[in-house]
Write a protein that binds this ligand. Structure first.
Ligand SMILES: C[S@@+](CC[C@H](N)C(=O)[O-])C[C@H]1O[C@@H](n2cnc3c(N)ncnc32)[C@H](O)[C@@H]1O
Length: 309
């Protein structure tokens, strides 16, 4: 079993806060390197010449939090969680993963990704697993590769559950930050007539298109586009879903309107609970009213509509 070591380097004053957040991603211990009080310790014991020269050369201004992701954790989702939390808490940080082989890093967790029921109507089944018998659930086959979107992350499941509430037969769906394509494909399975996914990561776009094909969804029913909204997406959609991060949602709230059909619903997630006031202020400022709200494990999902009049 290969584990992934993640090292998080932060200024020493953030050590405790960074460690507390890192601990949320792993059920077991973490290891801290903090040499900030080394000098004082060195002065105390220098007379017996015990301090190692290597230790004295360590950076005293930063500490390093080490955590270990088990093979069943999708590293992309864990790193995304850490980045979002540290950014929300304004903790300057650098993340690194241990130098283990890329194919292990990306693939080992797959053996633990099992079929998963979401909401009332969907079953997410990884490509490499047999589809279990399900009563009346739509089966979504997926190979996320290194893209985000297995259904394992709270924010993806929140969006899937919200899509179940919102998708009307024949509607058109725009998926901003489509990752593996999971939300677009789910939308089509739930009755949408067309889905367009867009992502700034070209690898995610390729993965989303492949996952579309796996589920028998090719252009024009499902199109995955690389880039941003302004340059890539034309037209309006009855449902727009964007599971990104709070700052991206805040920024989208001033521009998404041009892609939302009259009476359309904008579903947003990737929002940590501490950022709720900022996101709600951006909705208010840009004329959106929240019509539905869900939360799970400190993550929020909103459904919004343009305010009339
Ligand atoms: C949290 S993942 C969501 C993946 C998938 N939609 C899901 O719900 O599981 C966010 C995705 O948004 C993409 N992304 C980040 N900023 C973006 C932006 N400004 N425009 C489009 N995509 C963006 C990332 O590359 C990533 O694939």
């Amino acid at each position: 079993m290969e584990w992934t070591e993640v090292t998080i380097t932060v200024p020493t004053r953030y050590t405790d806060a960074a460690a507390d957040i890192a601990q949320m991603t792993v059920p077991y211990g973490l290891y801290l390197e903090d040499y900030s009080d080394l000098e004082e310790g060195a002065r105390e014991i220098a007379h017996i010449d015990l301090i190692d020269e290597d230790l004295l050369r360590k950076d005293r201004t930063h500490s390093i939090v080490h955590i270990y992701l088990s093979p069943e954790a999708n590293p992309t989702e864990a790193l995304s969680f850490l980045t979002e939390r540290y950014t929300a808490e304004k903790i300057p940080h650098t993340l690194n993963t241990a130098a283990i082989r890329e194919e292990d890093w990306a693939n080992n967790w797959k053996q633990y990704f099992k079929p998963l029921t979401v909401g009332e109507r969907l079953l997410i089944c990884p490509l490499w697993e047999d589809v279990p018998h399900t009563k009346g659930r739509k089966v979504l086959r997926i190979d996320p590769g290194a893209a985000f979107g297995t259904g394992g992350h709270n924010t993806t499941r929140l969006c899937l559950a919200m899509l179940e509430r919102v998708i009307a037969p024949g509607c058109e769906l725009l998926d901003v930050g489509c990752g593996s394509g999971i939300l677009s494909i789910a939308g089509l399975l739930l009755g949408a007539s067309r889905a367009v996914g867009v992502d700034i990561d070209p690898l995610a776009v390729k993965t989303a298109a492949e996952n579309g094909r796996l589920n028998g969804m090719e252009p024009p029913a499902f199109t995955a586009l690389a880039g941003d909204l302004v340059t890539q997406v034309q037209g309006t959609f009855a449902v727009v879903v964007s599971n990104i991060v709070a700052d991206a949602i805040i920024s989208l709230s001033s521009s998404i309107d041009r892609h939302l059909a009259h009476g359309g619903v904008w579903i947003t997630s990737g929002i940590i609970d501490t950022r709720e006031p900022d996101v709600l202020a951006a909705f208010e400022e840009n004329g959106f009213a929240v019509v539905d709200r869900m939360e799970d494990g400190g993550w929020l999902c909103f459904a919004c509509k343009r305010k009339e009049g």
